[in-house]
Design a protein around this ligand. Structure first.
Ligand SMILES: Cc1ncc(COP(=O)(O)O)c(C=O)c1O
Length: 324
């Protein structure tokens, strides 16, 4: 009988494992990596940029790869539409990172991609915005779905880095605690997971994260996001100090509500409505006079994701109403 390599065959029998839906990934053809910041690092390594322009209004973890690779960076500002104020010229070995803020900046990205060949699009807040051909683009999966890590990367380059695969087993505590004991009980573990994602090598996406992402109902997730977003926008659009075009929504991350009222986050918290601050580090990077400083203090990122319906949106609006 022909000898088979037993380490390569599928085991049969034994205990049953966690049963997850299996359909298809949203980006089956993109590179699968462990984190968004490491997807950014991948781009930096392959392109060999010497300097990168990055917005003041972004997450500090993006500095990790720049520091690791010893690449210099310069901050640029954004205007009231959250478009970049371009008073610099990104030359040949200079990267230009722009964030698709809240998933609402698709038109700006189209425009920039025609002008700047070294554009790097951070779609961490825009999972459903498909990459443009020839434009280096990365995604962070945990901002949109119940996974602890995972990233996609679109890059046309033939050069590929050889990578080991990551393992996510130790990063699930907050995801399973929240199902078993409620979201508040898992919050400490969520913060610990954020810390544990720092300073890891670039690795391939774990099998566990990949399996979960293969079972997500993307159509429904996108639909709910669009629908909840519009429900809030119909009420808040006229009083929102951030004005934007909502005509081509594509599964945005949150509803960005900018208001001069200072009590919003506290009042929401008291009602068990939790909103993240984008991004606390911006307060250290900017002066009080800067728009980014104002945005960080006054933008409330209202949740609109697939867990919620219009009933939940109405509850958010009821809490906000007395404050507006
Ligand atoms: C805009 C933005 N880009 C990139 C990242 C990095 O993603 P990851 O945590 O998957 O490295 C984050 C947050 O972590 C972010 O807020």
């Amino acid at each position: 009988m022909k000898k088979i390599n037993l380490s390569r065959v599928k085991p049969i029998g034994g205990y049953l494992d966690l049963q997850l839906n299996k359909s298809a990934e949203f980006y089956p053809l993109l590179l699968k990596l462990n984190t968004g910041r490491n997807a950014f690092e991948y781009i930096l390594k392959v392109r060999g940029y010497k300097t990168v322009f990055i917005p003041y209004f972004t997450c500090e973890v993006l500095l990790e790869p720049l520091r690791k690779l010893g690449i210099s960076y310069q901050f640029y500002t954004i205007n009231e539409a959250m478009d970049p104020v371009i008073d610099f010229e990104p030359g040949d070995h200079v990267g230009f990172l722009y964030t698709n803020y809240f998933g609402l900046k698709g038109d700006t990205i189209k425009f920039l991609s025609k002008q700047y060949k070294n554009l790097i699009v951070d779609n961490s807040q825009a999972f459903f915005s498909e990459p443009l051909p020839g434009v280096d683009t990365f995604y962070s999966c945990r901002k949109f779905f119940g996974v602890p890590d995972g990233a996609y990367l679109h890059m046309d380059s033939q050069m590929r880095l050889k990578l080991e695969r990551d393992h996510s087993l130790g990063r699930f505590s907050h995801l399973i605690t929240s199902i078993d004991q409620g979201i508040e009980s898992g919050y400490a573990a969520y913060l610990e997971n954020n810390v544990s994602l720092s300073n890891n090598p670039i690795r391939g996406m774990s099998l566990l994260t990949n399996r979960i992402l293969s079972g997500v109902d993307y159509k429904t997730c996108r639909y709910r996001r669009n629908s909840n977003f519009m429900f809030l926008h119909e009420v808040l659009g006229d009083i929102n100090h951030y004005s934007f075009d909502a005509s081509s929504l594509n599964g945005p991350m949150v509803y960005p509500f900018v208001s001069s009222s200072k009590q919003i986050k506290q009042r929401l918290l008291e009602n068990r409505i939790y909103v993240a601050t984008y991004w606390p580090n911006v307060l250290d990077w900017t002066t009080k006079k800067m728009f980014e400083h104002y945005l960080t203090n006054h933008l409330t990122a209202l949740p609109i994701d697939h867990r919620y319906t219009h009933i939940d949106m109405r509850r958010i609006l009821n809490v906000l109403k007395p404050l507006l």
